[in-house]
Design a protein around this ligand. Structure first.
Ligand code: OMP
Length: 275
């Protein structure tokens, strides 16, 4: 998917919500455990109930890898279901990969070709030659960790080297990499106040912003400091939406939570994009 399609979908739906499909079998309604593929059944019900409210879905691969072959099959069925029934929706494989060049190429093939995701999350630690293989894929996006939502972000990412924080080096340096127009960046919603500085370095890039909901990030602050002329934000919530209920009404409860966030987003859009 090209970025302009994502932007027009955001404008059409008045939403820049990304729903995280982080499926934990201990948290889903117990009756689903009797079905042949509980993870896929759960995802399908959530997608059917929420697809009109969001513009992206982000399965975190950890929640599938943890269940071995069955988990990976459920991930494959989920992305195929999305690509078949909702091709307009942006898909993110949250896998946080990155390795020496030839290995990164194989990771990229796994997520872009075999599973046909629109994007994959990547860690920048191994540098240019570990990320460029992902960027080489046309009309695919590489979402690189910049400033993450967790406490550990302060261990390395905010440390100063040559008078500049490491996460700023990541942003600046990566702008010069081949096909850098295919880059998006992760910035945690819990670090909204850093977004003003971040926008100075990458004014035009899309940002994936996780951490609203269960981690306590604030939507209004993220918009205040992070929104650009093309919106430029995908705000993710996983647990706060998909585990709103673990009874028969789980999909409806998830849709209600997604609707709350979507309404708050529509209100931000009307504030920043007055017609
Ligand atoms: O790359 C991510 O998506 C990510 C980066 C980050 O800095 N913080 C973060 O929470 N995430 C992911 O975003 C999701 C957040 O989930 P909730 O806290 O349940 O909304 C999880 O899949 C995390 O792995």
């Amino acid at each position: 998917m090209i970025t302009n399609q994502l932007i027009s979908e955001i404008k059409k739906k008045q939403s820049f919500l990304c729903i995280g499909l982080d499926v934990d079998l201990n948290k889903i309604p117990p009756y689903l455990l009797d079905t042949e593929d509980p993870i896929f059944e759960f995802n399908k019900a959530i997608i059917n109930a929420t697809h009109h409210l969001c513009v992206a879905y982000k399965p975190n691969t950890a929640f599938y890898e943890a269940y071995g072959l069955k988990g990976w099959k459920a991930l494959e069925k989920t992305i195929t279901y999305l690509n078949t029934h909702h091709p307009e929706i942006f898909t993110i494989a949250d896998a946080k990969r990155g390795d020496i060049g030839n290995t990164s190429t194989m990771y990229a093939k796994a997520f872009f070709e075999d599973l046909a995701f629109d994007s994959v999350t990547v860690a920048p630690y191994m540098g240019k030659d570990s990320v460029e293989p992902f960027l080489a894929f046309k009309d695919k996006h590489t979402i690189m960790l910049a400033l993450t939502s967790n406490k550990g972000a302060f261990d390395f990412q905010t440390k100063t080297i040559d008078n500049k924080e490491v996460y700023k080096h990541v942003l600046e340096t990566s702008k010069g990499w081949a096909n850098s127009e295919n880059l998006m960046y992760v910035v945690g919603a819990t670090k909204a106040e850093y977004l003003a500085d971040i926008r100075q370095i990458i004014p035009d890039s899309f940002l994936l912003v996780p951490g609203v909901g269960a981690q306590g990030g604030n939507l209004q602050d993220v918009c205040k400091y992070g929104m650009n002329n093309s919106v430029g934000l995908l705000i993710n919530s996983s647990r706060g939406i998909i585990y709103a209920s673990n009874s028969d009404d789980f999909a409806e409860a998830a849709a209600n939570k997604a609707l709350e966030l979507k309404k708050a987003m529509a209100s931000e859009l009307s504030h920043y994009f007055k017609s």
